[in-house]
Design a protein. Structure first.
Length: 284
């Protein structure tokens, strides 16, 4: 569904993308991770034909990304700088709907689904960041695309809105077979949504299957304060009554605490996923 081949982009002497190649199949969801400035937005913009690459090719739904027919197949969520402050949310959606030959019913349907119906007729200059994100997402999916490219869709969302948007993205992928390529700094959300991750580093894509790297840790809540040896690998003191322990050390730590007369009030299992890989790749 998405095919990127030998994509290269430089700005002056800086190589942003260095012969990047990858394939994403129909219905797949892939996370794109990397710190600010590595080229995530540049990559997505090139894929959408908004920025010209130095070399390489992109095809989405078997259509060259320079062909305007591709836009009928793809929804792209950019940052909120593309919005017009003096226009309403309805104005934005009406423009997109008209470009795709859709009627007003499509605007009503998508605004109710995304959750921006209550403020649809307010001007964007009155919107919070979260409200702008709702509008951008609605514009991206109003025409029911086969492919979604999402650039930081969770920015500025409160927990309720984040859950709603996340569940919608998962529903589109799992129930409707939409291919999703998702850039985000929110590693926890990436972990919840997909196990397939691309890390962009030094101009190249590093492919990872998250399930091969996930590790369990356990948060122990104690009945009174203890102090652990800071040099002990695999055990981290969160506060005086909480320890984060790697799974392989859990039994040993429990025995040690029991010997000290410390009682465990709670043991909560936690899974460490993309954050561990992020630390390794970017040497954090």
């Amino acid at each position: 569904m998405i095919s990127v081949n030998q994509l290269t982009k430089t700005y002056g002497q800086k190589v942003i993308l260095d012969q990047v190649s990858f394939e994403i199949g129909a219905g797949e969801m892939v996370g794109l991770i990397g710190p600010n400035g590595v080229g995530k937005t540049t990559l997505l913009s090139i894929m959408m034909g908004l920025i010209k690459a130095d070399s390489g090719t992109v095809a989405i739904a078997r259509i060259d990304h320079r062909d305007v027919n591709m836009y009928r197949k793809v929804g792209f969520m950019q940052d909120n700088t593309v919005l017009y402050p003096h226009l309403t949310g309805y104005d934005h959606l009406a423009y997109v709907a008209n470009a795709h030959g859709l009627q007003d019913e499509a605007i009503e349907r998508i605004s109710l689904r995304v959750g921006n119906h209550a403020y649809l007729h307010q001007k964007v200059e009155e919107y919070s960041l979260g409200m702008k994100q709702h509008l951008l997402f609605a514009c991206a999916i109003i025409h029911q695309p086969d492919v979604l490219l999402l650039d930081e869709p969770f920015n500025g969302l409160d927990p309720t809105s984040l859950i709603r948007i996340r569940d919608l993205i998962i529903e589109l992928s799992e129930q409707q077979g939409v291919t999703v390529f998702l850039s985000s700094h929110n590693l926890d959300e990436i972990d919840r949504m997909t196990k397939k991750i691309f890390f962009l580093n030094n101009g190249v894509i590093i492919h990872k299957q998250l399930q091969n790297y996930e590790e369990d840790q356990y948060l122990l809540t104690l009945d009174h304060a203890v102090v652990v040896d800071a040099s002990q690998a695999g055990v981290e003191q969160i506060n005086s009554k909480q320890l984060l322990v790697e799974a392989v050390l859990l039994e040993e730590v429990l025995k040690h605490l029991s010997g000290l007369g410390v009682h465990i009030q709670a043991i909560d299992r936690q899974t460490v996923g993309s954050e561990k890989l992020y630390r390794e790749i970017y040497q954090i």
